[in-house]
Design a protein around this ligand. Structure first.
Ligand code: ADP
Ligand code: MG
Length: 678
């Protein structure tokens, strides 16, 4: 059998089976070998009948005691077996033909689940093997991804049938890489991943295969990025334009992180190559000022800028800041959102097209086709993780290769950011403005709520404000957990002296905005809410963040919430009220109380929850991975990045003969999804 043969060359595989395999993207013998097990069933160690857990697959060594056929039309074969701890009944329905197989005294190995029925241990249709016969059911068993109509057993049988073809796989990675990273031979890797002998050899094999897959991914991403960069000319800002007038107006000095990020941005802006940059900075690190610098530079070079925020409230906050800082400098700013009245909207659109507006701020309303710019030079999206790549592209389409700046506070470990935003350059603002006092974080339990809210009252009496956040509760949930609504009622009753506001998801946008504005304006002391309190909201006078039932939030989310306070010189507090004192909850809270570093927290969060939940990998359009896990294999990813970089630098189009297999693999991995002119 040949690697390139169709699967139909395998004995027993016909057109119908081939169709099923096609669903798993398996067409050739090689494809089949490259379909890796998700995990292994460990059937190496037998347990005794009495110590075996119920309802879990177990391996048993037993002796047949007796058998019996019962029932009417649907014959049931019962076989009683025992070991020296106890006995159980094997049940085979409608399988009279098996009866002759079992004789008292026969020694068997069984694999299956034990259930308890009227105090009797039973096992229905276990896999079994008679001691001494050939086909063994012991060992490490691969568990494959399947599709309906295909069984594990069939998959394993097919793998067995193509086993020898694995040895046709040749080394395709350059020798120095194989040596440097101590990779095993590809054939050995494939052999061991499908037919594991020992954990050690599986590990070696898997290391090689993960390395291959991540290398393919990373090379593909670099290739795409490279290709983009060599694309058309974009907008270039005027190098002679100074941002000093804007800096002079800022009430503060830039932090080192801000200055560094802007320096990188400025370099991009004045070059003709379109900028594609992600600015990542923890909550409160001052990303807005950096964005403003970029806008100022662009506008004073004669172009327009647009800034998109995920919510109306954030857009409003931005326009207020921009008007305050920019209007005295002659930069004309306007807000366009879905609640902009038709008449005003029409007026804005006309002015925009005429070039009488320099900076447009808005929500996704600004993506609409009738929003036309005269000469768009810069596109900024704030809190980018809330926007899809598509929206970014649509907005960019409103100009001629405008510069793109993406801002996010979602702290993503750098290695992952490189993968997820593979097409973007990254600037990180890793310093917080000076004079900020670290937020003091405490963990408390339900019995201290009175004390906590008394403390909130004291803070309000000193002139400060507070947030109280409650988890979102589904109606169907029966749990010991208070809703924002209940907490609001309770606090109103207990603290009549406080002005307490409420924001929750069911309220209309306009109502929410009104409450948030009242809070920002200081007419509300305590704001009770579900997590609708927006990302990015900036109320410097708020110094207390109380989070009820903190165990129901992800760590990254808790960190974002905590970032709402500690934004001024006042000492700020974050009080986590836990409804659980389990091990995981304790570990999480410990992390929250011990660090304020978003990156550390993100890494821990990743470990606890996996990457999917944090950023919905699918949404980012990354190709599917068969064997690697971006979190678990992050250290391999780190190594692979250098290898891929070297390969793409030396051979940007993957034309060299030694890169042909890699090129094939990249093509195969990215398929039609990503335009890849190879
Ligand atoms: P984020 O990065 O979370 O978007 P913002 O841009 O909203 O942060 O900034 C948070 C607060 O810090 C704002 O009130 C802003 O005026 C202030 N700020 C920004 N940069 C500095 C700085 N260099 N020094 C002092 N305060 C700053
Ligand atoms: Mg912000």
């Amino acid at each position: 059998m040949n690697l390139k043969d169709s699967v139909t060359a395998i004995k027993g595989v016909g057109a119908k089976r081939a169709e099923l395999l096609e669903k798993l993207n398996i067409r050739t013998v090689e494809d089949l070998l490259m379909c890796f097990p998700r995990r292994y069933e460990d059937r190496r160690k037998a347990v005794t009948i009495m110590e075996a857990p119920f309802n879990q697959d177990v391996l048993l060594e037993v002796k047949v005691v007796r058998k019996q056929i019962v029932g009417g039309r649907m014959k049931l074969l019962k076989v009683l077996v025992e070991d020296n701890t106890g006995n159980l009944e094997m049940l085979f329905f409608n399988a009279k033909f098996l009866a002759n197989l079992f004789r008292p005294g026969d020694e068997l190995t069984l694999f299956g689940k034990i259930t308890l029925n009227k105090n009797r241990r039973q096992m229905s249709h276990p896999e079994f093997h008679k001691t001494g016969s050939e086909d063994d059911i012991r060992g490490l068993f691969p568990v494959y991804p399947l599709t309906e109509g295909l069984s594990q057993h069939q998959m394993r049988t097919m793998q067995m049938a193509v086993r020898s073809a694995a040895w046709q796989m040749e080394e395709w990675l350059p020798e120095e890489i194989v040596e440097k990273y101590r990779l095993c031979d590809p054939a050995y890797a494939i052999e061991n991943i499908h037919f594991p002998l020992a954990e050690e050899s599986v590990k070696q094999g898997r290391y090689r295969l993960v390395f291959e897959e991540l290398l393919t991914l990373q090379t593909g991403l670099f290739y795409i990025k490279n290709n983009k960069e060599r694309g058309e000319k974009g907008v270039a800002a005027d190098p002679a334009v100074s941002v000093q007038p804007f800096l002079d107006r800022l009430p503060f000095k830039l932090t080192e992180g801000q200055a560094r990020a802007y320096a990188q941005i400025e370099k991009d802006l004045i070059s003709e190559k379109p900028m594609n940059r992600l600015v990542q900075g923890d909550v409160g690190s001052g990303k807005t000022a950096v964005a403003q610098l970029a806008m100022y530079k662009t506008v004073k070079s004669g172009f327009q800028a647009v800034m998109m925020a995920p919510t109306e409230l954030l857009a409003k906050q931005h326009i207020a800041t921009l008007k305050r800082d920019f209007e005295p400098l002659g930069v004309r700013c306007r807000l366009l959102s879905s609640s902009t009245k038709a008449k005003e909207r029409a007026e804005i659109l006309t002015a925009l097209e005429a070039g009488e507006i320099d900076v447009l701020v808005g929500t996704h309303a600004i993506i609409q086709p009738d929003v036309i710019f005269r000469n768009l030079g810069l596109v900024i999206t704030d809190e980018q993780h809330r926007f899809g790549v598509n929206q970014r592209t649509l907005l960019a389409g409103k100009g001629q290769n405008p510069n793109i700046l993406v801002m996010t506070a979602t702290p993503i470990p750098r290695t992952l950011a490189v993968i997820l935003y593979g097409d973007l350059d990254i600037s990180i603002i890793d310093t917080l403005p000076a004079g900020r006092k670290p937020i003091r974080t405490f963990l408390r339990y339900q019995d201290s709520r009175k004390k906590i809210y008394d403390f909130v009252e004291t803070q309000v009496k000193e002139g400060r404000q507070a947030y109280v956040v409650a988890p979102l509760i589904e109606e169907s949930e029966v749990i010991d957990c208070k809703s924002a609504d209940e907490i609001h009622k309770e606090l109103c009753a207990q603290y009549p002296g406080l002005r307490i506001g409420l924001v929750h998801g069911a309220m209309k946008q306009a109502e929410k905005d009104a409450v948030m504005e009242a809070f920002a304006g200081g007419q509300i002391d305590v704001l009770v809410s579900t997590v609708v309190i927006e990302v990015g909201i900036d109320v410097g006078n708020a110094t207390v963040m109380v989070i009820e039932n903190c165990e129901r939030f992800g760590l990254a989310q808790l960190h974002q919430l905590r970032g709402r306070v500690g934004r001024s010189g006042h000492q700020s507090y974050c009080i986590l009220i836990s409804g659980s004192d389990g091990e995981v909850a304790r570990k999480r809270n410990e992390i929250m109380c011990s660090t304020e570093d978003g990156f550390t927290i993100a890494e821990e969060d990743l470990k606890l929850r996996g990457p999917g939940e944090l950023f919905g990998t699918r949404q980012h359009g990354l190709p599917e991975l068969n064997i690697s896990d971006l979190v678990q294999h992050v250290d391999i990813l780190d190594k692979v990045r250098f290898v891929a970089r070297d390969i793409i630098d030396a051979d940007p189009k993957l034309e060299a003969p030694q890169h042909q297999v890699l090129k094939e693999r990249v093509k195969r991995m990215f398929g039609e999804k990503i335009e890849l002119r190879l």
